[in-house]
Design a protein around this ligand. Structure first.
Ligand code: NDP
Length: 485
């Protein structure tokens, strides 16, 4: 049966006469530079990669929808949350953090959990992780922290000494280190883990009243994790295990889902709560601020093209819609700059125009030009503001909610420095088998650390969180808890 095939063309649309043999001066002569089809083909191939993300390089994505299941309009005027039953299309990207684009999925690492809601008021990105907290709480420490997670500049190997040196000198990391080293540090699949907005955000209702909130996506598949030996085997036998699992679950109609809940804190509680609610190394106890259901997210469609939809997807915690604002969390404040900046570098100044990133609503602004501006660039419309013509204008009712600030401008530390209580609470929440596995994971990870001083410093942190925790790690490493603790 003959198939009616289209003609192969060059990138400028001309038919290609020969795609098997390059043009040479005689059959044994050198290749001719006039074979522009060959030149174009090789040159474009050289440029197929955009820089991989400096963090969260390895990931998998899927499309789906979010449906409101509970009325939260007394807390937020966000249009996509305005009515029970309202559905909003979403795109999600899951990822590991430290590894490169080709690295194994089943490593011990936090997982990125980035959701883009294509709302009727523009895009809203909730760019979180599968952990409720983070290692550091001020963005100024982020490049140093990530250097320790990446490769050593001399050996080009991972460097456990750097990892534990940084953590032991940054005790605010203890809570997240405990989560990371626990069973949940290696989820069974992307489907079997929770997601968290991690930072504190602000919701504002139609009357201008605000509340602080934290987001929790609760997996409806249940939490499942991988045993260390299974994860290790999979990392070599099937390094794309999580990517494959997500793709085929969706392909086979087994659509993963999460229930979205929020914790809500009255604004005034932020002044008196026993932990700084803007410190991303801390949770808000669910006994103090119980989870309130908001909606349900279902993933039901795979990307058609990985590069176009997953690699070029750009998320930023600053991609907000009216009714949702940021908080003074110093880590979040830094991310507001760093994410879009990363995408401008990685994908280009007009990254938000690409189909996967573009809002489903009309986008009206005065940005013009820039590399790869492939739409009509505003055509002949007015290109500055204010203007006496019909250009788009600001809408006062959509201004970000105002809030009072005071103090002096300085490089200020957080007021609260209890790095131990919540890490200890987590340790005490684990059953004995989970504690044994946690300690084993830590001991195995710390064994290669080259300096005893670093190990002893870190043991002190575990001990301050919970004496048993510190003692068990010390025993596992053949050391004693330092006297001075
Ligand atoms: P609660 O008992 O009210 O909540 C405990 C939380 O811990 C639940 O969200 C539970 O989620 C989660 N959890 C249970 N087992 C584990 C585990 N092995 N690893 C990680 N998380 C687990 O207590 P509090 O809210 O007062 O928090 C106590 C400690 O729980 C905190 O110090 C923190 O480390 C941890 N935690 C707290 C969260 C929060 O937002 N408050 C969120 C996640 C952890 P689930 O059963 O659905 O897995």
């Amino acid at each position: 049966m003959s198939i009616n095939k289209k003609k192969l063309t060059t990138s400028w649309g001309a038919p290609v006469g020969d795609n098997q043999n390059s043009m040479t001066a005689g059959s044994r002569g050198p290749t001719l530079i006039q074979d522009v089809h060959l030149l174009e083909k090789l040159a474009h191939f050289n440029r197929e990669r955009v820089p991989e993300r400096v963090v969260h390089a390895k990931g998998a994505g899927a499309h789906g929808y979010f449906e409101v299941t509970n009325d939260v309009t007394k807390y937020t005027k966000a249009n996509f949350l305005s009515k029970v039953g309202k559905r909003t299309p979403v795109f999600i990207r899951f990822s590991t953090v430290a590894g490169e684009l080709g690295s194994a999925d089943t490593v011990r690492d936090p997982r990125g959990f980035a959701v883009k809601f294509y709302t009727e008021e523009g895009n809203y990105d909730l760019v979180g992780n599968n952990t409720p907290v983070f290692f550091i709480r001020d963005a100024i420490k982020f490049p140093d922290f990530i250097h320790t997670q990446k490769r050593d500049p001399k050996t080009h190997l991972k460097n456990p000494t750097a990892v534990w040196d940084f953590w032991s000198l940054s005790p605010e990391s203890l809570h997240q280190v405990t989560i990371l080293m626990s069973d949940r540090g290696i989820p069974a699949t992307f489907r079997h883990m929770h997601g968290f907005g991690s930072h504190t955000f602000k919701w504002t209702n139609a009357d201008g009243q605000g509340v602080w909130i934290k987001y929790h996506f609760k997996t409806e598949q249940g939490i499942k994790n991988l045993a260390v030996d299974v994860a290790g085997r999979l990392a070599s036998e099937n390094p794309d295990y999580h990517t494959e699992d997500l793709f085929y679950a969706i392909e086979n109609g087994d659509y993963p889902s999460w229930k979205l809940c929020v914790q809500i804190m009255p604004l005034e509680d932020a002044n008196t709560y026993r932990f700084d609610p803007f410190d991303v190394t801390k949770v808000w106890s669910q006994k103090d601020y119980p989870l309130i259901e908001v909606g349900r997210m279902v993933l039901n469609r795979n990307p058609e093209n990985y590069f176009v939809e997953v690699e070029q997807a750009t998320f930023s915690p600053g991609t907000l819609v009216p009714g949702i604002d940021v908080s003074p969390d110093k880590m979040l404040q830094g991310r507001l700059f760093a994410y879009h900046d990363a995408h401008r570098y990685r994908v280009g100044a007009n990254h938000q125009m690409l189909p996967i990133n573009r809002a489903k609503v009309e986008v009206n602004h005065y940005q013009r030009d820039g590399s790869m501006r492939f739409d009509d660039n505003g055509g002949g419309s007015v290109y500055y503001e204010p203007n006496s013509f019909s250009g788009p204008v600001e809408s006062y009712e959509d201004k970000q909610a105002a809030y009072p600030v005071s103090g002096i401008a300085e490089s200020a530390p957080y007021d609260h420095s209890d790095h131990y209580t919540q890490a200890g609470d987590l340790y005490r929440l684990l059953n004995d088998e989970e504690r044994v596995r946690l300690v084993n994971n830590i001991v195995n990870a710390m064994k290669p650390v080259e300096k005893e001083e670093i190990k002893l410093r870190q043991i002190q942190h575990f001990y301050k969180a919970d004496r048993e925790y510190g003692k068990r790690v010390a025993d596992g490493l053949g050391l004693s808890v330092p006297q001075e603790v």
